[in-house]
Design a protein around this ligand. Structure first.
Ligand SMILES: [Zn+2]
Length: 144
């Protein structure tokens, strides 16, 4: 059986600021992101399985990514812990959703962070029958 790729695309809005950046992106601003989560595997061949013919249950994939990532990062502010403490604390007082991360929150680093979070949790949404699954991700930043 050939390996099949299935992709679920998520969209969310997030603000960030780039610490020490030499341009306008050092100010708080936002983007609409598209997160592509692709799972590769062979469709389940066991006809008695309720997931027969699926690489992954789209519903489970959708719910887990939404619950673990999208719902937490949508309409949030992501700032690096390299920012001044007073900057971070004042924004914590203003914004209900703020993520202080230990990296520069570029699209590249955000998607790498998401990939780590997905890898840590992916066993919870993969059918046990599947083996050798890889998760790929891509984030496209839209020009506003
Ligand atoms: Zn930006």
């Amino acid at each position: 059986m050939p390996k099949i790729r299935v992709t679920k695309i998520f969209e969310f809005d997030t603000a960030h600021t780039l610490h020490n950046y030499d341009g306008l992106c050092s100010n708080i601003h936002g983007h609409t992101y598209k997160l592509h989560v692709t799972v590769i595997g062979e469709p389940i061949a066991d006809i008695s399985s309720p997931k027969y013919g699926m690489v992954v249950d789209f519903g489970v994939l959708k719910n887990k990514i939404k619950e673990n990532l999208i719902d937490k990062f949508d309409h949030s502010l992501i700032v690096s812990n390299s920012e001044d403490t007073s900057f971070i604390e004042s924004n914590k007082a203003i914004f209900k959703r703020i993520h202080v991360v230990d990296f520069q929150p570029t699209a590249e680093n955000i998607v790498a962070h998401f990939a780590e979070l997905i890898k840590r949790r992916h066993r919870t949404f993969q059918p046990k029958a599947l083996r050798n699954i890889n998760i790929f991700r891509r984030m496209v930043r839209r020009r506003q």
